[in-house]
Each structure stands twice: as C-alpha cells, then as structure tokens.
Design a protein around this ligand. Structure first.
Ligand code: PRP
Length: 194
C-alpha cells in the first residue's frame, strides 16, 4: 500500500514509507506553540503597517498558512519560487527564480517567510534581489535555522527553531518531493542511504 505508516520505535513515534524511516525532530504541538509566539511578535511589531509577506515556494506553504492565521493585522501575500536543490539533497549553489512577485514592493515593508535556512544561499540571493526593488524595509521570518557554517549571515528577526545539521522533511519540506505533507518536522534516519 502506498501510504505512510506510523509506528513506534524505542517509545518514539516514527513514520515509515518505502524503506525510509522518518523520526520526529519537532512535533506538531511544539510547532503550533512556537508559531503562535512568532505570530504575536509580528502582530505587535507591525500593528500600524500592512506588510507584504513574501513567501518562498514551495517549502514554506504550510508554514505560511499557519503563521498568517496567527498574525492579527491585515497583510498582503505575494509569492516567489526559487530553486537550488532540484531533486537533489545537496544545493547546486545556483539559485534560480522560477516565479517572480506579482506586486511592486517599492516603499513597502517586506517580511520574507521561509521554511528553512540551510546553506543560506537562497536567502542571500533573495535579500539582495528584493533590496534592489527599493522596499522600505526587509525582515526575515524563518521556521528553521540549520546549524551549518555560513560565510554571510542574514539577521533573522523571527526565528522558529535552531536545528542540528540533519536532512529534515515534513511540514512543507521535501526529499525528492516526498514528505511535504507530514504534519511534523522529521529527519530521515539512515541519511547515508539517500
Ligand atoms: C529549500 C527551502 C529553502 C532553501 C534553503 O528550497 O525551501 O528555500 O532550500 O536552502 P539554502 O539555505 O541552502 O539555500 P528548495 O530549493 O529545495 O525548493 P522547494 O522549496 O521547492 O523545496
């Protein structure tokens, strides 16, 4: 059967699909709690402004859907799609815009909504690219910040979680397009087989 199977191993919930085992790194209730906190911070910081939430497709679609409902002010949504991973586990290093914004951000307060900062290349590229369009301000909201050495660091005003250097999936994040619809953040146990 082509379904995800939930099992228990050493008292911990795991998800099994094909021969891959996905362990829980951040469970659903921790995600919900932290996203509520981030939403409240954003609400109070932007209470007199209508920010443009620039969501980076596709990985951030679930995070965006959840955090926007914790932000209690009017916002404008716009979407960009960039890709540097394709179907691979390792970033190609070349960031490509596959879908650009619909609206002008000139003079606007922009809040980038990202699911994960890994090598940091996507965000660096994005911040540079968006700055050139003369917004009033750009801030970053990222659910996950992976612990990897980076040359350039962007300051992330709204951060969900620092995570270890593991290949994570679920809650929008994929491995070769699989696992985006797992409701928690997990990691593939036998990463060396990927
Ligand atoms: C993933 C993720 C981030 C980016 C982070 O996107 O959604 O946008 O990688 O990695 P980096 O910090 O090393 O640049 P991906 O290119 O895999 O596309 P997707 O969102 O469609 O999965």
């Amino acid at each position: 059967m082509n379904v995800y199977r939930i099992a228990e191993e050493d008292g911990e919930k795991i998800l099994i699909y094909d021969n891959e085992k996905i362990k829980v790194l951040i469970d659903e209730s921790s995600l919900k709690k932290r996203i509520k906190e981030l939403g409240s911070m954003i609400t109070s910081d932007y209470k007199d402004i209508v920010p443009v939430l620039v969501s980076v497709l596709r990985g951030s679609f679930i995070f965006l859907a959840d955090i926007c409902r914790e932000i209690r002010i009017p916002v404008v949504f716009d979407f960009m799609a960039v890709s540097s991973y394709g179907n691979s586990k390792v970033s190609s290093g070349i960031v490509r815009i596959t879908k650009d914004l619909e609206f002008s951000i000139e003079g606007r307060e922009v809040l980038i909504i990202e699911d994960i900062i890994d090598s940091g290349r996507t965000l660096n590229y994005l911040v540079k690219n968006l700055k050139a369009r003369n917004p009033r301000n750009i801030e970053i909201c990222a659910l996950l910040d992976k612990n990897v050495p980076r040359k350039t660091k962007n300051s992330v005003k709204y951060k969900g979680f620092d995570i270890p250097n593991k290949f994570v999936v679920g809650y929008g994040l994929d491995y070769a397009e699989k696992y985006r619809n797992i409701p928690f953040i997990g990691y593939i146990e036998n990463e060396q087989y990927l």
